[in-house]
Ligand binder design. Structure first.
Ligand code: GDP
Ligand code: MG
Length: 289
């Protein structure tokens, strides 16, 4: 039997979560906050008769390394990564041109000294394509696959390729409770997962400087009978950023909440009530580090 840890890396929106949702095909379970035990909040286990692939997703971890916090996260993450993973899956979106963010992600990819597979996603979309801009990458990877995470195209050959790089193990390290289930399950540290998810949406919805001055703190997770209730505080360093996060008439924060809630509802199959509060604390970066 083969088993190993695979990290999925790629800039936001390339399709990492879609890929995981597609191959795992099961809803995630958000439960009450647990103490922070892992740097890798999202572990999705894929199993078939070849063995187990433990996927690690990394929402929001790879922000721009312009501030102290991201630098620290990135360096720590890198060290932990090289220790823990057996393979890196780098996902790109050929319908978007290369940019600085992509170059930075590639910089991280290059620092990881493990087998690497390049997955070119969204091949169901023919236009626009910037594939020529990515061709130089091909020779840096052990294998290259063209897939559509959304339509489930060419996933099987990619899974087989991943298995070919994973070590043989005598015994699985995955807990019995997971093995006993007929379908793969997700193992999630809910609090970190939620924080990273909300942080990712802030990252996508606000201008350059805002995400780097902002952190998210999940205060409450409550599984009510018909709704999953989550309360989170968004903390930023100045009132100016607070105003930007809230937006005119609260429009921005509503939009951030809406998008985060949508992804959560999709992932959990549950109705979600997400309460977001924005506050200013000029010193949070020092206090949290
Ligand atoms: P992540 O930020 O890397 O986790 O990206 P997501 O999985 O959230 O996907 C971002 C967007 O790309 C979503 O709107 C997806 O529906 C879309 N998407 C993901 N995979 C594909 C694909 O294979 N084809 C197309 N056309 N869209 C995709
Ligand atoms: Mg994602």
């Amino acid at each position: 039997m083969k088993e190993g840890n695979v990290i999925i890396i790629g800039r936001p929106n390339v399709g990492k979560s879609t890929f995981l949702n597609n191959i795992i095909g099961q809803k995630i379970a958000i439960t009450s906050p647990k103490p922070q035990t892992t740097r890798f909040p999202i572990q999705a286990v894929y199993s078939d008769k070849q063995g187990n692939i433990i996927f690690l997703d990394t929402p929001g971890v790879f922000g721009k390394a312009t501030d102290l916090l991201s630098k620290k996260i990135n360096r720590k993450t890198l060290d932990a990564l090289n220790d823990k993973i057996d393979l890196l899956l780098y996902m790109i979106d050929h319908t978007r041109r290369r940019d600085f963010e992509e170059a930075r992600v590639l910089g991280i990819v290059r620092k990881i000294k493990k087998p690497k597979i390049l997955a070119i996603n969204k091949i169901d979309k023919k236009e626009p394509t910037y594939l020529p801009q990515y061709k130089f990458l091909f020779s840096e990877f052990d294998d290259v696959h063209l897939i559509s995470a959304l339509k489930g195209k060419h996933i099987k050959p990619l899974i087989d390729a991943i298995f070919s790089f994973l070590p043989e193990v005598k015994e699985s390290s995955i807990k019995k409770e997971i093995e006993d289930k007929p379908v793969p399950v997700l193992n999630i540290n809910s609090k970190i997962y939620l924080q990273e998810l909300i942080r990712e949406k802030i990252f996508l919805q606000t201008r350059q400087e805002v995400p780097y001055t902002t952190t998210v703190f999940v205060e409450k997770i409550e599984n009510k009978p018909d709704v999953l209730y989550i309360k989170a505080r968004i903390i930023t360093t100045s009132d100016r950023y607070k105003r930007m996060l809230i937006g005119k008439g609260g429009r921005k924060i509503k939009e951030i909440g809406r998008i985060a809630r949508k992804e959560l509802e999709l992932a959990t199959g549950q109705k979600v009530f997400l309460e977001l509060e924005v506050e200013t604390n000029p010193h949070w970066q020092e206090e949290f580090l």
